[in-house]
Design a protein around this ligand. Structure first.
Ligand SMILES: [Zn+2]
Ligand SMILES: [Zn+2]
Length: 346
């Protein structure tokens, strides 16, 4: 098969490699679509502690089952599926409590196992056993199914920092993750959604798609003042920081209402993980600050149904589709934050 093999840091080779074969408890899928994620950019430039090169990366993926291991009875050839890439052990304390994203021995497709930037992919036994393989509703395209993965992470995020009917929600960062947070907040009944984005071009792109009710560029407008104006001086019920900027995390504490919820959804750079804030704000306003990342297999199932039922309009965020040999162009497109989701169709 053809695969985009990441041979080492910043070195993709598009080449022929042996076709994957399923073990007795495994599947092989023909990749239908694999979206490029921000973490693919990080891995391309800096590698990852769980990646031993050479590795086929790509973890936001869907495809058709073309081979079924002899002991697998739950799936059959020809089924269209999405694969939740975070593969839990199914046995540790957190897995048993239903928090598979927190698994003590979490492994991941595109990291520990070869991923979706290839024609075919082996679905490891652990993924088959732990609910990571989800059959697609008939009306879902492979492209939409691929971006169920980032949506699943957003669903996990809003489980811990819930949006309730009538809430005012601020999202900082207009990338695909920020957009999905806004979409989900709206579908949960938020009364007003406010998007903050410092890059005017990206803010304009979000306006074209209509992701929020109110758009603020904090470089040219006082975000705290605007949020207070929009909420009768109360602040936002939920603030989601969907970017990797410490200053934005600090500012979120000034935006939130009493008893509100803040989610630090974007991780900070490894060399700059500290922020400063007035701890008394938390003490007196009784708001909560959580962080979330990743998702459990059940979030992927929910994401697929929300897209299938039209509650989340996934299609409009697909702004570029490229063949496998244009993988570098895909990586660069995402790195330059051009458009929303870029998808590779091997
Ligand atoms: Zn991703
Ligand atoms: Zn586990």
């Amino acid at each position: 098969m053809r695969a985009a093999v990441l041979e080492k840091i910043e070195d993709f080779q598009i080449k022929d490699v042996p076709d994957p074969r399923p073990g007795p408890e495994e599947l092989v899928i023909k990749i239908g679509a694999c979206a490029v994620c921000g973490t693919d950019i990080k891995v391309f430039h800096s590698g990852h502690k769980h990646i031993v090169f050479p590795r086929v990366t790509g973890h936001e993926l869907s495809g058709e089952i073309i081979e079924v291991g002899k002991n697998v009875s739950a799936f059959r050839k020809g089924q269209r599926v999405a694969i939740a890439p975070a593969v839990p052990c199914g046995e540790c304390y957190y897995c048993r409590r239903g928090f598979q994203g927190m698994c003590d021995d979490l492994t991941a497709i595109g990291y520990h196992y070869d991923g979706g930037f290839a024609q075919y992919m082996r679905v490891p036994e652990r993924a088959v056993r732990n609910g990571c393989v989800n059959v697609l509703p008939d009306n879902l395209s492979y492209e939409e199914a691929a971006i169920a993965e980032p949506l699943a992470c957003v669903i996990n995020g809003q489980e811990l920092s819930p949006v309730k009917l009538g809430d005012i929600v601020v999202v900082i960062g207009s990338g695909p993750i920020g957009s999905f947070h806004l979409e989900l907040a709206r579908s949960k009944g938020a009364s007003k959604t406010i998007l903050s984005e410092a890059a005017q071009e990206r803010l304009d792109a979000a306006k074209v798609l209509g992701t929020a009710d109110i758009y603020v560029n904090p470089a040219s407008e006082d975000l705290v003042k605007r949020v207070m104006d929009e909420s009768s001086g109360r602040g936002a019920d939920v603030v989601i920081v969907a970017c990797s900027v410490g200053k934005a995390q600090e500012q979120s504490l000034q935006l939130v209402a009493k008893r509100g919820r803040i989610n630090f959804f974007g991780g900070l750079p490894k060399d700059k993980p500290f922020i400063n804030f007035d701890s008394n704000q938390i003490h007196y306003k009784e708001f909560s600050v959580v962080g979330t990342h990743g998702s459990a297999p059940r979030h992927n199932q929910t994401a697929l149904s929300l897209i299938s039922e039209g509650k989340i309009k996934a299609k409009k965020y697909i702004t570029k589709i490229l063949p496998l040999d244009k993988i570098l162009e895909g990586i660069m497109t995402v790195e330059k934050a051009q458009g929303f989701k870029t998808i590779i169709k091997p």
